[in-house]
Design a protein around this ligand. Structure first.
Ligand code: ATP
Ligand code: MG
Length: 565
């Protein structure tokens, strides 16, 4: 493609909301333009990258026996009512005003409806069905460019198995395919254990790219290889002590002591003798959660015990239910009104301080075996930077991550809801056992740029670069330079190398070099007057920005060697 003829709108300025490198560079290099909040047009050079990523995905999905579908984005709303997900998605789902239809944010329902009608026997499984298609989600805060769009491209696949070990196998096949896909796309990534969230199901893992632009927090450890979303991450922290003998509980006046630190300082106790009470509401009994000292409650962990709908109580509810404000609440005397649970670190502890359900009063000598009925203990704690890993062999780092993919063992949630059953070997009817697996195509492109760029522009890795080579004719007004550039252009193309040829007559050499750095093709081939007089062509590898000259006769073979190796 000739730069003089094609559409390559590179720009210097970016809108002020473009703050992360990938967002800025996708605009500056002319990969995409925003049409509305979270809605983007991909321009030719950006779409060329998307197509390469999609091709890699297709190859790896085909390699695990996947078959490609193309499902409609426009879905009847009744389909989503069968699984109660109109409610679960809420405002995230786009509804069509003049029809009872929605724009699909994902495709479990459509897939399950096909499986229900056509997969009737264990003999017809396993199946892996995938598609690469546009998804619509009314994200409340679209941001960071294509990383969080309201319309985006997803590879989604679904496995159907007749047994749980079968599901494990389909899931593992996907995990392996995903590793190959991200590696081939030039990404460095973590595989982290994750919470299954609104999708339901048992196991799930996320593929995360470490980046400050990420919206997820990950706990990772380079010594042990541990990596988990903080939603589920655990660490090795000691439990509160249990003393041999303690006094009965006693109420003490603690004027103006609201926080754990204030209470601990006033009572001259370490913060780790305080049991903090947090109140949550759901459609059943209110829940009182006890946490040790200044430990932070992890709401995802709470949700995995009590369901998605649990929410913190409001100030008026606290007062009405306990008789006190936050800061003076405690479990004693609330057994009948609350489900009382505690974090594992408080397991059977005693000698504790808690609120007395009376403003400005606390209870001391609390014994969780003697004075309160704790219904159950769970890990409710948010891990912190620097804590030891559970095996004690390393330290946790908390880093930001961008989710580029997610694999779920769905189980039978959708097949049960939609009655997608099959007959097993004994002729008995069972629900199909499903998995669901997603990859964000735009996110791969943006993450690639996040990981491969410098202050001058993008550094495409060969596997997904829009062109193999950027050929720069430094001076189109010199006949010799022009002739040699045209020759190289024709010859490379005839050898199957894709070339972006800067043949502009009105652009200065400096301008052309700047554009080449911005656009970021892996190899720049520079044909200039001075070098050509010495029978030399200049090659620059964008990855290292190293330049070298090669004799004109050797140029083509050197270029091909670089592209193919
Ligand atoms: P997130 O937590 O970032 O909202 P999600 O858990 O909603 O992601 P899934 O429903 O698992 O995402 O979708 C599968 C993949 O689709 C994600 O791993 C991500 O790569 C991509 N994806 C999800 N939402 C968006 C979006 N709004 N814009 C671009 N890509 C997205
Ligand atoms: Mg989401």
């Amino acid at each position: 493609m000739r730069l003089s003829k094609g559409f390559f709108p590179t720009v210097k300025e970016v809108p002020s909301d473009a703050v992360i490198p990938s967002h800025q560079l996708m605009i500056r290099a002319g990969l995409m333009r925003q049409l509305a909040a979270g809605v983007f047009s991909f321009l030719p050079i950006g779409y060329a990258v998307m197509k390469k990523v999609m091709q890699i995905i297709r190859e790896e999905m085909d390699a695990i026996g996947g078959q490609e579908f193309h499902l409609p984005a426009l879905n009847p709303v009744e389909l989503w009512e069968e699984t109660d997900r109109v409610k679960a998605f809420g405002d995230i789902m786009f509804h069509i005003k003049n029809r009872a239809m929605v724009l699909a944010p994902t495709h479990e329902e459509v897939i399950t409806s096909i499986a229900k009608n056509h997969v009737k026997s264990y003999k017809e499984m396993p199946q892996i069905w995938y598609q690469i298609q546009t998804k619509f989600r009314n994200e409340p805060r679209p941001k960071s460019g294509v990383l969080r769009g309201r319309q985006f491209t997803m590879k989604d696949s679904y496995s159907m198995d007749s047994s749980w070990p079968g599901l494990d196998k389909s899931y593992d096949l996907h995990a392996e395919a995903y590793k190959k896909i991200y590696t081939r796309c030039g990404l460095t990534f973590h595989i982290v254990g994750a919470s299954s969230g609104a999708m339901g199901g048992s196991g799930s893992q996320e593929f995360m790219v470490e980046s400050n632009a990420g919206e997820d927090n990950l706990a990772v450890c380079s010594e042990t290889g541990y990596a988990a979303n903080v939603e589920i991450a655990a660490s090795l922290v000691p439990n509160a002590e249990r003393f041999a003998a303690i006094e009965p509980i006693k109420e003490v006046h603690t004027p103006n002591c609201k926080s754990i630190d204030e209470v601990a300082a006033f009572l001259k106790m370490p913060a780790n003798r305080c049991a903090k009470s947090l109140i949550f509401m759901n459609d059943k009994q209110p829940v009182l959660v006890l946490m040790l000292g200044n430990d932070q409650l992890n709401e995802s962990k709470l949700q995995s015990v009590f369901g998605q709908d649990i929410r913190p109580a409001q100030a008026e509810e606290l007062l009405q239910l306990t008789g006190a404000d936050a800061g003076s609440i405690g479990p004693v005397g609330l057994e009948n009104k609350f489900t009382i649970v505690a974090d594992n670190r408080l397991m059977n502890a005693n000698g504790l301080v808690s609120g007395a359900n009376k403003n400005d009063y606390h209870i001391i000598n609390l014994d969780l075996q003697r004075d309160v009925k704790v219904q159950s203990y769970h890990d409710f704690r948010m891990v912190e930077e620097g804590e030891p890993t559970v095996d004690g062999k390393g330290k946790l780092r908390i880093v930001k991550g961008i989710e580029v993919g997610h694999i779920f063992k769905l189980g039978t949630k959708y097949s049960v809801a939609m009655k997608a059953n099959f007959l097993d070997e004994q002729g008995k009817e069972n629900p199909v056992i499903m998995g669901s697996y997603g990859i964000g195509v735009e996110r791969i492109v943006a993450c690639h740029i996040e990981q491969h760029h410098d202050e001058f522009g993008i550094k495409w890795q060969k596997s997904i670069a829009p062109y193999d080579v950027h050929l720069i004719c430094v001076n189109m007004n010199s006949d010799a330079v022009k002739k040699k550039s045209e020759e190289i252009y024709a010859e490379l193309q005839s050898k199957g190398i894709s070339v972006l040829f800067d043949d502009r007559t009105d652009a200065s050499a400096g301008f052309k070099f700047k554009d080449a750095d911005l656009l970021g093709m892996p190899l720049h081939v520079i044909v200039g007057e001075k070098n050509l007089k010495n029978n030399q062509i200049e090659l620059k590898e964008r990855e290292t920005n190293n330049r070298r000259t090669v004799p004109v006769e050797a140029a083509i073979s050197e270029i091909i060697k670089f592209v193919r190796e």
